[in-house]
Structures are given as C-alpha cells and as structure tokens.
Design a protein around this ligand. Structure first.
Ligand SMILES: Cc1cc2nc3c(=O)[nH]c(=O)nc-3n(C[C@H](O)[C@H](O)[C@H](O)COP(=O)(O)O)c2cc1C
Length: 217
C-alpha cells in the first residue's frame, strides 16, 4: 500500500503497532553484532533534540561482568516494586501473576544474560529542573530511544524500555564510570527475537483525544 509519501504504509504501520516490550522472547543464546547496534544507534540519533544539541551519550554494554552488575542493581529495585505491583493487582481483584508481571519477572531474572544492554545518558544532571526544563531535557533523548527500538525491530532484534535500575543510578554510574554530571535515562536490553508480534490493546484513540480544548470531543 504505497502512500503519497512513497512509504509502504502497511509496513510502516506494522512496525509502529508491533514494536512491543520484548522480554520472554529475547534470545539469550545468540550474540548481537556490534555493527547492528551501531547501525541502529546511527538511525536513532537522527531523532530531534532541543536546539539540535544532541546532548547524549549511548553506553552499550556487552561485557558479561558489567551486564551482571547492572542486572543485580535492576533486581534490587525490581523486587520491592513488583511486590507493590502484585499487591495492587490483587487488591483490584486481578491476577497477581498476570502476563505482564510474569514477563517482567522473567526479564528481571535473566537481564544479565541479555547479550547487550544500552544505557542512554544525558550530559547534564536532572536535579532542580522546572517542568519546562524537564520537558526539554527528557524530550531531547526519548524520541531517539524509541527510534532505536524501532530500528532494532526492523532488523529482527527486540528490546524493552526499562527504568527500574535508576533507583540505583549512583551504583550503576560507579560500575560504568559515568561522571556525576551525567543523567542515565533508561536501560534497554537488546537481543535477537523470534516469532510474530501483535498490536497491543490500547485505549480507543477517540477516548484520549480532545479537539480545540480540554474535554472537547
Ligand atoms: C517510562 C517507561 C518505563 C518502563 N520501565 C520498565 C521497567 O523498568 N521494566 C520493564 O520490564 N518494563 C518497563 N517498561 C515497559 C512497559 O511495561 C511496557 O512498555 C508496557 O507494559 C506496554 O507494553 P508494550 O510495550 O509491549 O506495548 C517501561 C516503559 C516505559 C515507557
């Protein structure tokens, strides 16, 4: 289905609707080539940043010991967070072992075995920023992170946006040699994947879009 822009919309729409948080289907046994990571980061860094400042560094970790260290920090944060999540789901009458919780637990248990972990970083500290500054700060890397995940998907690789290790950001900084002037933004596990991915259940767009003023449909 070519569009006026020349894009095949069925393919671009498939990419945009099926790039999921991949956890259980990450292939922990197949190495990931550094070249493909660099290629995807090259595409990602085409994303916009405020004033085109590109205020980022991308830490790619494929050394097993460092991955294990990051995974340990992630699990330290994940345990209490997941206890809360399970309790909240149970209190709401849901299944505390639902699919998302199960797959999150799997990722936490196996994070150190994921072949590549990417930590996107901003070259400034976040403390003390106003809401407007925060919007510009995180807005100057999150489009690129998503582009990275999309580029990976087109090449048969999967990823998941994660933030839980940031509860131990200082410890991660010590492990990675990150200067104290830098803010880590996320931790993206990267691996080959198998199988097909389906569009996610989301709220109907009509329910979340207002026209020309708050609440106007
Ligand atoms: C800001 C943000 C933080 C997230 N943090 C985590 C995390 O720490 N661990 C995790 O397993 N998933 C994390 N996720 C993934 C979400 O749980 C996931 O994207 C969501 O459940 C929707 O699933 P889907 O991406 O497959 O559609 C995070 C996603 C976002 C956008």
């Amino acid at each position: 289905m070519p569009s006026v822009s020349g894009f095949d919309l069925s393919e671009t729409d498939r990419l945009l609707t099926t790039t999921r948080a991949v956890r259980k289907r990450l292939d922990l046994t197949r190495p990931v080539d550094r070249d493909v990571v660099l290629e995807c980061l090259g595409l990602a860094t085409q994303a916009p940043t405020g004033g085109n400042r590109q205020p980022w560094r991308w830490l790619v970790i494929d050394d097993p010991e460092t991955r294990a260290g990051l995974a340990e920090l992630y699990r330290r944060s994940f345990g209490p967070y997941m206890d809360q999540q399970r309790a909240a789901v149970a209190a709401a009458g849901g299944d505390p072992e639902n699919a998302i919780i199960g797959s999150s637990q799997y990722l936490a248990d196996h994070l150190g075995e994921v072949p590549v972990l990417v930590v996107p970083c901003l070259l400034q500290r976040v403390e003390g920023m106003s809401p407007a500054e925060l919007a510009g700060f995180y807005g100057s890397i999150l489009p690129a992170v998503w582009s990275f995940m999309l580029a990976l998907r087109t090449r048969g690789l999967g990823s998941a946006y994660t933030t839980l290790h940031l509860a131990y950001e200082k410890e991660a900084a010590a492990l990675l040699g990150v200067p104290d002037t830098v803010t880590q933004v996320a931790l993206i596990p990267v691996a080959h994947t198998s199988g097909a991915f389906k569009p996610a259940d989301r709220k109907p767009v009509e329910d979340v879009v207002y026209w020309n003023g708050w609440g106007k449909r």
